[in-house]
Design a protein around this ligand. Structure first.
Ligand code: SF4
Length: 287
């Protein structure tokens, strides 16, 4: 890889490189990749094109969220197998097995950490119809998507936390569940991409997949609330234009400029492969 130094900010400028290269067999685009691209093109270059390995940085909240997702997956698998949802004692045991008490200053701190995980996981089923048929539990699904150059094939990729087939007075519908432990922010594009990817599944379930009812539910585990979106065809078509425009920009991108913002604090390349974000900028960003 060729690179040169820009002495004005110490940022390493590399040669232009496209996202999809001629002859490359398959490239997957996930909602997370598109979110990262909107936040900072340079991060996409480092993570998805150059595949720069970053050091593992322990993040207390991320680690808690991963354990919670692990337990939620277990709970959803129980439902899929028609077994009872795990009770609190079971959840505590499972969470304790995934936590190292040595990482905490006191046993109380460790207990508080586990308690919060269990509180989140308990809120998971509260937003579900427990009689619903469990179709998918954290399973990657992809669907080809046209584009790219030189015969490359691109797929849109998505891993839903849970997909249910529910019934109400108007018949059956599909509900996609997305568990979140962070702050409440709804990204409608994720649901639209989910509906695009799940079309083969809808085809198996409904005579006409284009009229099938699909909803996307964000479950905010910290807040104990959920946000539902009806993924009607009109709603999806409306958002689809901007999603494909973003993917077209991604295909056309070669410069991958850095975009230093407060989000750099959470970027694993900050101070590692990327030096665009400078601590002295912090005051400006906080202003
Ligand atoms: S540190 Fe900031 S500017 Fe650099 S890649 Fe990460 S998000 Fe982009």
């Amino acid at each position: 890889m060729h690179s040169a130094r820009d002495s004005s900010n110490g940022f390493s400028i590399r040669q232009p490189v496209p996202f999809v290269r001629a002859g490359q067999v398959k490239v997957n685009i996930s909602p997370t990749l598109l979110k990262h691209y909107a936040q900072c093109p340079h991060r996409v270059r480092l993570q998805y094109i150059e595949r720069v390995v970053h050091p593992r940085v322990y993040n207390h909240f991320l680690s808690q969220g991963l354990i919670a997702h692990d337990l939620l997956r277990f709970g959803a698998t129980c439902l899929k197998r028609h077994l009872p949802y795990p009770d609190d004692a079971h959840l505590f045991r499972m969470a304790n097995l995934r936590v190292s008490a040595d990482e905490f200053p006191t046993p109380e701190a460790c207990h508080g950490y586990v308690e919060q995980i269990v509180r989140w996981v308990r809120r998971g089923p509260s937003s579900l119809d427990l009689q619903a048929e469990v179709l998918l539990v954290e399973k990657f699904r992809s669907r080809p998507f046209g584009g790219g150059d030189g015969g490359s094939t691109t797929s849109l990729l998505f891993r839903p936390d849970l997909v249910l087939r529910c019934k109400d007075g108007d018949g059956s519908f599909v509900q996609v569940i997305d568990y979140k432990t962070g702050s409440r922010f709804v990204d409608d594009d994720v649901g639209v991409i989910a509906r695009y990817i799940l079309k083969p599944l809808l085809r198996d379930l409904f005579a006409d997949p284009s009229t099938a009812r699909v909803s996307y539910t964000y479950v905010w585990l910290e807040h104990g609330v959920h946000d539902d979106r009806d993924l009607t065809i009109e709603f999806c078509e409306d958002r689809w234009t901007s999603i494909t425009a973003t993917i077209d920009r991604l295909y056309a991108e070669t410069a991958w400029p850095p975009n230093p913002t407060k989000l750099c604090r959470y970027c694993p390349y900050n101070g590692n492969a990327c030096s665009a974000y400078r601590p002295e900028s912090l005051a400006e960003l906080d202003a």
